[in-house]
Design a protein around this ligand. Structure first.
Ligand code: ADP
Ligand code: MG
Length: 703
């Protein structure tokens, strides 16, 4: 018997897409852009949506904006010309819902009849399916702008008269083609579909088997089947995430820093004395938690969360000083240069007179300065390095780095954390965020971190009064505030004017405000495209009180701390997201006395009005972030938090909280029996984990 043994041992995982009918080299290349190389990849390219394409049975149509499907018999069809450019093909259909005019629009071509193929297909007496956007014409008739049509035959059953999958595409692909090859791939794969979920869990959680679920996700026969298929894959996504977090945590705990911290207080005490305030009980608790982590044998992985202004910096400095007291180096990293500069200034001020060497490492340094700095860091002459992501991304070498503090973690991806870990897996890590993240989300996003929360504000803080004002009123308030010796922010949504959008811009307004509205008052301008030396200069001048009004874009959203600034005007406030507005407002109300935030703008949509209402009502960052989620959906927030790091296709943590709980339990159960996934029956889990996470996260080291 001649037998192609290689083919035999292959599975759908390895079959190239070119095995499918209709997929040649060039189509395969296009599919490659969607990272689809094999049948398995193709089957794992899940639909992004499903349309109900069963034929509509009555008028009026409930929702004119979505696509509608009709099935009917052609009564009459002809092509018309509409002006120089456009041809229209019009077919009158009789459908179950009544008469429908189906319209096809095509750009004319002088060389041939663009309607030729339609004329051949569609004529009196033919039964067809049409899918498109419906409008009710002046005479009350239904007109459909056709996007897809199918003759009523065997081939149409993937596309109409069902819940129809809609895929993410790339140039050169159509929905129709993709549906056809997905179907082919399903048939071709048959039962040869890898199953990643252990059988006992499928039984326990009543999950569809992979084979059934794939069919149900691509070509569901009912809403119920779709829901079950979706649940199966959501479970799978969250299950592997839960396994990954658990394993990572265990690995971290098994490692040993080989370093013993002692709380000497040689730097901590002078620092506390210099601060000029007492720590809040919440800050004390956080410092204790951090110190006891640092004294453990395994590296710290802790998240410090606290609303804007809750005093995270002082906590971070305490951790840094513990490291330095013990002869180690520490790095403090911020998501922007402005913020790094500010941390550098704060540290320099609070630690002046102490035997501590601090080095800033940003693009402001000349090449020569940077080279010197790196040398000193390498020799150990520097105790604390302050910088941006670049500190971890570029290959800065330390003599004895033991602590990394990352400020505003939500701008830091898992990947960057992984890079840092590679620098030395035994480094203590403290990440800080002001974006309070609901518990479900934080479990998934930061599943490997311990959490400390600053749930108290420093005493004497009066939350800013927030108003929805006219520009005139807001500017009046600015003038009043400046006369009292305090300072102001005026924030704009964009740097420069653009022809398309009628938004106020920081640059143009800086001119207008400086020359006219506030002439005589020193104004400064700051935005993301200034050179970093210029940004530093502006912030220094504002800090020193030389600039009274800072005209800014969102660059000041995070971390900036100038306590004397007590008023903020946000122009085109409707253009900012809720979280941004809250962060922006957090720049004021940081010193003694009262402060004001004026939102100016013209909210047109219910959503933008709601954002402004919430801000007027609440100062509670936690509540604001929950409202934000309700308005925007978690998907977008996760996207913002760390786009793409988890490879979720279907899971949505705002809906799938219960599934996440189940998967955490189940992952724990498996790892309790087999912590290294070394049993033969777990081999498939091990392989799949590696496939999913090893490359990006680079932390799972499984046998
Ligand atoms: P965030 O948590 O937003 O990073 P910061 O660390 O910038 O907050 O602190 C905000 C302001 O509050 C700073 O001016 C800081 O000096 C001050 N601050 C921090 N802790 C206290 C405290 N316990 N008492 C009084 N002021 C404090
Ligand atoms: Mg901060």
């Amino acid at each position: 018997m001649t037998h192609d043994t290689k083919k035999d041992s292959q599975t759908t995982r390895d079959f190239p897409v070119t095995d499918l009918k209709g997929v040649g080299g060039s189509r395969a290349k296009i599919l490659g852009r969607l990272e689809i190389a094999t049948l398995f990849d193709l089957l794992r390219h899940f639909p992004r949506d499903w349309q109900d394409r069963r034929s509509a049975e009555n008028f009026p149509l409930p929702d004119e904006s979505s696509l509608k499907t009709f099935f009917g018999r052609v009564i009459h069809a002809r092509s018309l010309s509409a002006g120089m450019r456009l041809s229209i093909f019009r077919a009158e259909l009789m459908t179950a819902a009544g008469p429908v005019s189906a319209l096809w629009f095509r750009r004319r071509n002088p060389r041939f009849d663009v309607m030729e193929s339609l004329k051949k297909e569609i004529f009196q007496g033919v039964d067809i399916w049409v899918v498109g956007r419906a409008e009710t014409s002046a005479s009350g008739k239904c007109e459909l702008h056709v996007e897809e049509h199918y003759l009523d035959n065997e081939g149409s059953k993937l596309h109409v008269n069902r819940l129809t999958p809609i895929y993410s595409l790339t140039e050169g692909l159509t929905q129709k083609f993709l549906r056809e090859i997905e179907w082919q791939a399903l048939i071709r794969a048959g039962k040869d579909i890898p199953e990643f979920i252990p059988h006992f869990l499928s039984v326990k959680r009543r999950l569809l088997l992979a084979e059934q679920a794939l069919k149900g996700i691509h070509f569901p026969e009912s809403r119920l089947e779709l829901a079950e298929a979706r649940r199966r894959f959501v479970y799978e996504e969250l299950f592997f995430l839960s396994l990954a977090w658990r394993i990572k945590r265990r690995q971290a705990r098994e490692s040993n820093k080989n370093f013993i911290y002692a709380i000497k207080r040689s730097l901590l005490t002078p620092f506390r004395n210099k601060l000029g305030f007492e720590f809040t009980p919440a800050q004390k608790r956080a410092v204790n938690e951090i110190f006891s982590d640092m004294q453990e044998s395994f590296p710290m992985s802790r998240l410090l969360q606290g609303d804007v202004g809750s005093g995270k910096t002082a906590v971070a400095i305490s951790a840094i000083l513990l490291a330095v007291e013990n002869g180690a180096q520490a790095a403090l990293m911020a998501p922007s240069e402005i913020l790094a500069e500010q941390h550098f200034a704060t540290l320099s001020r609070l630690l002046s007179g102490l035997p501590v060497k601090i080095q800033i490492l940003t693009s402001r340094l000349s090449l020569k300065e940077r080279k010197e700095a790196r040398q000193k860091i390498k020799n150990g002459e520097i105790d604390i390095v302050v910088g941006t992501h670049a500190v971890i991304e570029e290959d800065v070498q330390f003599k004895n780095l033991r602590l990394a503090v990352i400020d505003e973690q939500h701008r830091f991806g898992v990947r960057q954390r992984a890079t840092l870990k590679r620098k030395g897996s035994l480094i203590d890590l403290l990440v800080m965020t002001a974006t309070p993240i609901p518990r479900t989300l934080s479990l998934a996003l930061y599943g490997d971190l311990d959490v400390s929360t600053l749930d108290q504000m420093p005493p004497g803080r009066i939350p800013p009064k927030t108003f929805f004002s006219s520009e005139e009123k807001a500017f009046e308030a600015v003038r009043r505030t400046i006369n009292q010796g305090r300072q102001a922010y005026i924030v704009y949504p964009v740097i420069e004017e653009s022809a398309k959008k009628d938004l106020l811009s920081a640059k143009a307004e800086f001119k207008r405000l400086g020359e006219k509205v506030f002439s005589g008052i020193p104004c400064g301008l700051i935005h993301g495209s200034l050179k970093s030396a210029d940004k530093v200069k502006v912030m220094e001048d504002f800090n020193a009180g030389k600039i009274k009004i800072l005209v800014a874009t969102q660059v000041i959203e995070i971390g900036i701390d100038v306590p004397n600034a007590s008023i903020m005007v946000i122009q085109n406030a409707e253009r900012f997201g809720l979280a941004s507005l809250h962060q922006l407002r957090g720049r004021i109300g940081r010193g003694k006395g009262e402060s004001e935030c004026h939102l100016v703008g013209n909210p047109q949509t219910p959503e933008s009005r709601r954002r402004i209402e919430i801000l007027l009502e609440s100062h509670d960052g936690f509540r604001i972030s929950e409202e934000d989620m309700a308005l925007r959906g978690t998907g977008e927030i996760i996207g913002m938090v760390q786009h793409g790091d988890f490879g979720f296709h279907l899971a949505d943590l705002s809906k799938d909280e219960n599934v996440l709980k189940e998967t955490r339990e189940d992952a724990e159960e498996i790892l309790a029996q087999d912590p290294h996934l070394s049993l033969p029956e777990h081999e498939i889990l091990r392989k799949r984990l590696r496939e999913l996470y090893q490359e990006h996260w680079n932390f799972i080291d499984l046998a």
